[in-house]
Design a protein around this ligand. Structure first.
Ligand SMILES: NC(=O)c1ccc[n+]([C@@H]2O[C@H](COP(=O)([O-])OP(=O)(O)OC[C@H]3O[C@@H](n4cnc5c(N)ncnc54)[C@H](OP(=O)(O)O)[C@@H]3O)[C@@H](O)[C@H]2O)c1
Length: 324
């Protein structure tokens, strides 16, 4: 099978499209032929080995595994002996290392769900990390309730475009913050109010909210707390990537510590891939309640270009890869 691998950390040029042996699924695994994948900033971190913290898991001297890509959608080709819920021919989506290649082997109990027939492979591949981050950030970490007010900072990227739709589905009143070119799109996704960060300082003009989902993490606590009610909270998805050692983590920890002095709360958050939440996405997408925003499409051989684009930090919605 063809798959992208890298033997050292670096920019997309270090990636090579190689012929590898087709994997054999373990007893509790599925063999999935990938049809579409999507790109996340996470893939960029894995590729470049930055911040250096990611090397603790990915390999200190160089990438341990070498395969890249997480979010995929495809068709089950074979199943391990202990698999009971899936069979060859099932169309599935989820997250598993190596999605920028022709086969992945997710565990049945891991992050994999059946794809609804009326949802395309590329749309299903666009859920993964970004969709689950938006869902878990709003619903679980943010405990967003119907009729509450939520501000989504960074509403135009992969996480943000899912978050605007999910916040509406949860019954909240949504303020979206994005740049000029994305204002109309945010409104079309269902935002009640959109603030263009190039024109307005949202921390002064937005008013108070129950929850802020902070996706870029580009503002300090002293400014962010102005958009929160007395008992409001910020869920911190990311932060500036300037620190080469810990990346956004430094900002997230300092926000958390600063918030301990008052009634408002800042909580760092890392999403978890799980099958239950993917099944919820399957239901919501089948019903047309939510749908991914797909900005660009690339072929498998163009994965380095797709990663370079996401690495620039201005994707509008999701970037998908067709894996023929
Ligand atoms: N904690 C977790 O579990 C978790 C999970 C997923 C992602 N993340 C992190 O969350 C971040 C976003 O991920 P993503 O998938 O949404 O990335 P993405 O698809 O690359 O989106 C980037 C978006 O950020 C917007 N943006 C950049 N600067 C901004 C600013 N100053 N104010 C508001 N928006 C701004 C850009 O819009 P403009 O072009 O309009 O500026 C662009 O639409 C990344 O840092 C990623 O590593 C964390």
């Amino acid at each position: 099978m063809r798959a992208f691998v890298h033997e050292r950390y670096g920019l997309p040029e270090v990636l090579e499209l190689r012929e590898l042996e087709k994997p054999v699924p373990g007893d509790d695994e599925l063999l999935v032929r990938v049809h579409a994948a999507s790109v996340n900033p996470f893939d960029w971190h894995v590729l470049t080995g930055t911040p250096y913290l990611v090397r603790l898991q990915g390999g200190l001297r160089g990438p341990k595994d070498g395969r890249v890509g997480v979010d995929y959608a495809g068709t089950v080709e074979a199943v391990g002996a202990a698999v009971t819920q899936f069979e060859p021919g099932d169309e599935v989506f989820g997250g598993r290392d190596g999605a920028f290649g022709q086969y992945v082997t997710p565990r049945e109990a891991g992050a994999v769900a059946k794809k609804p027939a009326n949802v395309s492979f590329e749309r299903a591949a666009a859920v993964g990390i970004a969709g689950l981050t938006a869902l878990q950030g709003l619903r679980d970490k943010g405990r967003l309730q119907p009729a509450q007010k939520v501000l989504i900072n960074g509403a135009s990227g992969g996480v943000g475009t899912w978050a605007v739709q999910l916040a509406r589905w949860l019954g909240a009143e949504v303020t979206a913050v994005c740049s000029t070119g994305n204002v109309d799109a945010a409104r079309e996704l269902g935002a009640d109010r959109v603030i263009d960060y190039t024109q307005d300082d949202f921390t002064r003009s937005a008013g108070e909210h129950d929850l802020m989902l902070d996706i870029p993490g580009n503002r300090p606590w002293s400014e962010c707390k102005r958009v929160l009610k007395q008992d409001g909270r910020i869920v911190l998805v990311s932060g500036p990537k300037t620190n080469r050692w810990v990346g956004p983590l430094g900002h997230m920890v300092s926000m958390r510590l600063a918030s301990l002095r008052g009634s408002r709360e800042a909580t760092p958050f890392v999403a978890k891939m799980n099958g239950g939440d993917l099944r919820l996405f399957a239901e919501l997408m089948a019903a047309g309640t939510v749908t991914p925003v797909i900005e660009r499409r690339y072929e498998l051989r163009e994965v380095p270009a797709a990663l370079a684009y996401v690495g620039e930090g201005h994707a509008r919605g999701k970037i998908v890869v067709s894996v023929a």
